[in-house]
Each structure stands twice: as structure tokens, then as C-alpha cells.
Ligand binder design. Structure first.
Ligand SMILES: *[C@@H]1O[C@H](CO)[C@@H](O)[C@H](O)[C@H]1NC(C)=O
Ligand SMILES: *[C@@H]1O[C@H](CO)[C@@H](O)[C@H](O)[C@H]1NC(C)=O
Length: 202
């Protein structure tokens, strides 16, 4: 990515949502030249499949499908299926985000039904501080679900979950969620401009 013709370099910013956010956190932790990372409703954990990179490995937190609930109309609610975070911010399934060179911005929806993004962001903050890093910025939106997408995208209340092969609810109340999407985008641009410099004119 640092070689790409549209990238100013030598440092890049990363933005990811859900599992993509956790992949960004791994990249920031294990790779060089990532100087700013935004995690939208990431977990900060390796949730489903252990990850290996060079000499690093992080085991998966795992889940128990017996904790799946039926919400309504046959839609599933998986918010409580992940295993407990034993040991808090020193849990071995946590991504070693203290290794990241640059700052991390956590954006979370308080009504996230994929996982408890807000709790996870707090644990990530504790981990960074336990390792002598600055307290990260966490922006938390009420009534907001899992998929905080760019402004004016319709809210996705439920969809097929590839892991379960069944439809699950993602949380969010349309009005609050839509407002969060508009605000989150501005916050993301401010964060990247601050840490990566002004956006080039295209
Ligand atoms: C990473 O950043 C350093 C400067 O901090 C630069 O010298 C190097 O070329 C960059 N690496 C890549 C792959 O862009
Ligand atoms: C994060 O997830 C929560 C719960 O699923 C959700 O309420 C919230 O809208 C999500 N936030 C974003 C920015 O996707």
C-alpha cells in the first residue's frame, strides 16, 4: 500500500469495520508504517480463528452457540455468544495493540448486537494504558448498531451472518444510527487529518 501511486507515504492510515477493524488493529500491531488506525466496532480480540504472523500468534477467544437467542421473526441475537474475557486486558486472545506505532480511534455503537463493542473498547483502552500508552479516543454513540457506515447509507438492521449461515440482528435505532454515521465520518476525517496531514486534492 505504501508503494501505491495515490498514497503520499511513507506512512498510512487504516480504517476498518467489524472483523475488518480487527484486521486493521493486527496490521497496526505487527506491521511498520501504520501511523493512524480507526476501529469501527472492532473487538480488539481474535474472535473466531487464531492468527499467525511471523513469530507472532494470537489464539481465538471462541464462542458458544448455546448462547444464541432468538430475537424476533426468527432473527438471531448473538451479542452474548463470545466467551468471557478472562484476565481482562491481559487476556491472551487480545491483539497486542500496544505495539502499534500510531494512535487508534475507537468508534462504537452502544446498541451493537454483534458483540459488546463499547466494553471491548474500554478493555482496549485499559490495555494501552497498562503498557504505558496514552488513553485512546473512544467515540460511543447511543442507539447505534454494529454497522456504522459512511453517511446516508441506510442502516442495516439484520443480515445473513456467514459464520452461522443465519440472519442475525445488528442493533441500532434508525434515527440515532443515521446521525451517528454522519458524525462518525467527520470524526474519522478529523483524526486522519490530524495524524496523517491534510488530504491531497484529487
Ligand atoms: C516506512 O517509513 C520510513 C520512514 O519512517 C521510510 O523510510 C520507509 O521507506 C517506509 N517504508 C515503506 C515500505 O514505505
Ligand atoms: C458498533 O456496534 C454496535 C453494536 O453492534 C452498534 O450499535 C453500533 O452502531 C456500531 N457502531 C458502528 C460505528 O458500527
Amino acid at each position: 500500500m505504501t508503494q501505491h501511486s495515490l498514497i503520499k507515504g511513507p506512512h498510512i492510515g487504516l480504517l476498518g469495520i467489524s472483523l475488518g477493524a480487527d484486521i486493521c488493529l493486527c496490521m497496526a500491531s505487527f506491521l511498520k508504517n501504520v501511523s493512524a488506525t480507526v476501529s469501527i466496532n472492532g473487538s480488539g480480540f481474535i474472535t473466531n480463528k487464531a492468527i499467525y504472523y511471523k513469530e507472532n500468534s494470537v489464539p481465538q477467544l471462541g464462542h458458544d452457540l448455546r448462547r444464541v437467542k432468538v430475537a424476533f421473526s426468527g432473527l438471531l441475537d448473538i451479542v452474548d455468544i463470545r466467551n468471557d474475557i478472562v484476565g481482562g486486558c491481559e487476556n491472551p486472545c487480545m491483539i497486542p495493540i500496544e505495539k502499534a506505532q500510531g494512535p487508534i480511534l475507537f468508534i462504537v455503537g452502544q446498541d451493537d448486537h454483534n458483540w459488546r463493542s463499547e466494553v471491548y473498547a474500554q478493555i482496549a483502552s485499559e490495555r494501552l494504558q497498562a503498557h504505558g500508552k496514552e488513553k485512546p479516543q473512544i467515540i460511543s454513540y447511543p442507539g447505534t448498531g454494529h454497522y456504522i457506515e459512511p453517511p446516508y447509507f441506510p442502516m442495516c438492521p439484520a443480515s445473513l451472518h456467514t459464520l452461522l449461515d443465519k440472519p442475525v440482528i445488528w442493533g441500532g435505532e434508525p434515527r440515532a444510527h443515521s446521525k451517528a454515521q454522519v458524525d462518525a465520518w467527520k470524526q474519522i476525517l478529523t483524526f486522519f487529518t490530524k495524524h496523517l496531514g491534510p488530504f491531497p486534492k484529487l
